[in-house]
Design a protein around this ligand. Structure first.
Ligand code: ASP
Ligand code: MG
Length: 407
């Protein structure tokens, strides 16, 4: 007998028919003799609807009350799944975030999980029940409801699996697993049987939207056996594993992209200590995440240009903030470009192979795609390019690294 955590995303929970089919999947595991905790998302679109209601009620909704509202989507699906399971003859009961409890920090809207109480869950298992748990929800020490940030149910599931020392954490979603790239762009993308935590983490952080980045971080830290599977088919999914569990490592695991990018160039920044600190300090204080940064040395003049990227959705705020520090820093002006995207290749094989970056630069050059900025980590190379080349770039890189499935 194993202890499993099964997590179902919003598309899998959208409507009673789908919830029934989720219940059948859970029943299969129960009939195979496993103890099961299920973590669920709200129905697809529901959290967006609740967020919009809060905004409509007040542009400055109290974050604690916002959490009361937006966490409710998961309460509904949790109850419905427990009802569906019981109706199928599978004993089940719900545990809301505050009932377990899922103790979190008090950072409403972006709370971090501190600890999860497992006593109730253990008792449910002992009584032969499936435990159904809402993702995304938590509670502060003071008893206020919190949420973990958008997409947070993946993290809830991994945290429950870690707390229970579960044998597996299966994340059921609307795709069949992790692909070498977005199959909508490259139909010959391949599903990966295995991927390392590190690669999954990099892919999640550069735009592959299969799992929330935080959930992968937590799984890696807590050594949770994580897999990504489809709720709509029985195809084998992708298993996320330690590097040493992969015998023959491919050079590149995947190509990812992110459209939520804007490029900002600050023109004529005085070439003196503190100038760049003042610019990025102001953005950091406003919680704006800066990603790629390019700065040149000043030649024959006292100033230089600084270019960086931020989420496109933060551009308006960044402009206001930078305008406010312009005279203090003493730069000339700001140029923003929203027509850019980031394309990244990720693979642990890079650690031990030379020439990986050159393959990328050549493949792009051959198609006349200009690179506007570059960043690298030990297992990732990202380039910033014009948005109109996104699909072409993803396709040529997928081919250049030999990732295309056989025709
Ligand atoms: N329902 C929440 C959201 O849409 C959490 C989740 O689905 O992961 O962000
Ligand atoms: Mg989700």
């Amino acid at each position: 007998m194993s202890l499993l955590v099964m997590k179902f995303g919003g598309t899998s929970m959208a409507g009673i028919e789908r919830i029934r089919s989720v219940a059948s999947r859970v029943r299969r595991e129960v009939e195979a003799g496993h103890q099961v905790a299920v973590v669920v998302s709200a129905m697809a679109g529901e959290t967006d609807r609740l967020v919009a209601l809060c905004r409509e009620a007040s542009a400055l909704a109290d974050p604690a009350e916002y959490d009361v509202v937006v966490s409710s989507g998961e309460q509904v699906t949790t109850g419905l799944l427990a009802i569906a399971l019981n109706a199928m003859g599978v004993p089940a009961r719900s545990f809301l975030g505050w009932q377990l409890p899922v103790s979190t920090s008090a950072a409403h809207g972006v709370a971090r999980i501190r600890e999860i109480g497992t006593e109730g869950l253990r008792a449910a298992f002992a009584a032969g029940q499936v435990a159904v748990i809402p993702g995304f929800q938590g509670v502060t020490e003071g008893g206020r409801v919190t949420t973990l940030g958008r997409g947070g149910s993946d993290t809830s599931a991994v945290a429950v699996a870690a707390a229970l020392r579960a044998d597996r954490c299966d994340i059921y979603t609307d795709v069949e697993g992790v692909y070498t790239t977005d199959p909508r762009i490259v139909p010959r993308a391949r599903k990966l049987a295995r991927i390392t935590y590190e690669e999954m983490l990099e892919l999640a952080s550069v735009g592959a939207k299969v799992l929330q980045t935080r959930s992968v971080e937590l799984a890696m830290k807590e050594k949770v056996r994580l897999s990504v599977l489809s709720s709509f088919s029985d195809a084998p999914g992708t298993l996320v594993v330690d590097e040493d569990e992969i015998v023959e490592q491919e050079l590149i695991a995947g190509v990812a992209y992110d459209r939520n990018e804007a490029k900002v160039t600050i023109v004529d920044v005085p070439d003196r200590p503190g100038a760049v600190a003042a610019i990025f300090g102001a953005l950091a204080d406003a919680n704006i995440n800066v990603d790629m940064i390019v700065q040149n040395i000043a030649h024959d003049r006292p100033t230089t240009d600084v270019t960086f990227t931020i989420p496109r959705t933060e551009l308006a705020r960044a402009r206001t903030i930078l305008d406010a520090v312009r005279s203090e820093v003493g730069f000339a002006r700001l140029i923003a470009d929203e027509g850019v995207v980031k394309v990244s290749v990720v693979g642990v094989g890079m650690k031990s192979h030379a020439g990986v970056a050159v393959t990328m630069f050549r493949a792009l050059a051959e198609r006349g795609i200009n690179i506007q900025a570059i960043t690298t980590s030990e297992i990732k190379i990202s380039v910033l390019i014009a948005e109109e080349y996104l699909e072409l770039a993803v396709r040529v890189l997928h081919t250049a690294y030999g990732l295309d499935a056989p025709a």
